[in-house]
Design a protein around this ligand. Structure first.
Ligand SMILES: Cc1ncc(C[n+]2csc(CCOP(=O)(O)OP(=O)(O)O)c2C)c(N)n1
Length: 326
């Protein structure tokens, strides 16, 4: 299938804004975590931003998106406000999950972001069920699910792949291959290096590429989304990417060398986009975007700090009755 997607500078600037928002959001989240203002786990997406941003740009607002515990990037890309996201990390009632979910459990019904999930691979069947519901209702919606390469050895992944292919469901299954499952390298977890080959056993379409450039992600995942929407066929897309931080905030990352990390940082997709846009004379627009995002993130941290914690009145509504209990 060939698509003719337009790549205007306006689009590239808009995608850069999103990537920069996610980057700055998470850098400030890491700082707040180190200061003890955020509890529990915090898995950062830094380095992987073009995947969520490029993919979301190719979706319709009514499409469904689901991901793992590394979920801040998808939530922000999908349109969650920095305030609602930061307040959730701070465990405040103004957060997207009323402060009850935290970093791994972002949820945003308004933007059809169906959550971050903490169980590795456990969300794949949920995404497949969502795609089944769309096909059954004939509502034209596509589901997209993001998982790490560590999740492709989990049974849930295979059960989901099997039914998605058998029932020809409108779903795109995106493996964000960041080369390490926690601290274990790809070579020690998978016998076959090309993860997209898993699609062959299920008779499913597949694609595989490096997330060097956000517009390439937009094009390639966009093709899979088009396939899902027009022919109701699933696709497995392996996107090679890299995370610059540890698995979570408690991971010092001793399983990789400083040289490897430095080399990857030189190819930072944000720098790639920034350099290209600068070269096209958008210096002023970039500075404006960056200043606006700095102000937005500063405001989000202040909002999170000043927001109240959830009170006991939420207990009944989230446990026995009300929208959360359903
Ligand atoms: C079913 C299950 N087993 C084990 C864990 C513990 N665990 C959390 S993350 C992780 C590694 C996942 O790696 P990958 O899917 O490659 O994602 P990444 O964190 O690299 O983005 C493991 C084993 C879990 N959360 N769920």
């Amino acid at each position: 299938m060939t698509t003719t997607r337009k790549h205007s500078d306006e689009l590239h600037l808009a995608l850069y804004r999103k990537m920069f928002q996610i980057r700055r959001f998470e850098e400030e989240a890491a700082r707040a975590y180190a200061q003890g203002k955020i509890g529990g786990f915090l898995h950062l997406y830094i380095g992987q931003e073009p995947v969520a941003v490029g993919a979301v740009a190719a979706l319709q607002p009514t499409d469904y998106a689901i991901t793992t515990y590394r979920d801040h990037g998808l939530a922000l890309a999908r349109g969650m406000t920095s305030r609602a996201a930061m307040a959730e990390l701070f465990g405040k009632v103004t957060g997207c999950s009323k402060g009850l979910g935290g970093s791994m459990h972002f949820f945003d019904a308004e933007h059809n972001m169906l959550g971050g999930y903490g169980i590795v691979g456990g969300h794949v069947p949920l995404a497949v069920g969502t795609a089944f519901a769309s096909k059954y209702r004939e509502d034209g919606r596509v589901a997209i699910v993001f998982l790490g390469e560590g999740a492709v050895s989990i049974g849930d992944f295979h059960e989901g792949m099997s039914l998605a292919a058998l029932w020809k469901l409108p779903i795109v299954i995106v493996v964000e291959n960041n080369e390490y499952a926690m601290g274990t390298s790809l070579a020690r977890t998978l016998s076959v290096e090309d993860v997209s080959l898993k699609a062959v056993g299920y008779g499913m379409a597949r694609d595989r590429f490096f997330a060097h450039h956000v517009l390439e992600v937009y094009d390639r995942i966009g093709e899979a989304i088009d396939r899902a929407r027009t022919t109701s066929e699933p696709t497995l897309v392996e996107v090679r990417t890299y995370r610059f931080r540890g698995h979570s905030m408690s991971d010092p990352g001793k399983y990789r060398t400083p040289d490897e990390l430095e080399e990857r940082k030189r190819k930072d997709p944000l720098l790639v986009s920034r350099g290209e846009l600068e070269g096209k004379g958008h210096q002023e627009a970039l500075q404006k975007i960056e200043a606006e995002i700095e102000a937005e993130i500063e405001d989000a941290v202040r909002f999170a700090e000043e927001s109240p914690e959830p009170g006991p009145e939420l207990l009944e509504a989230t446990t026995y009755k009300g929208a959360f209990a359903r």
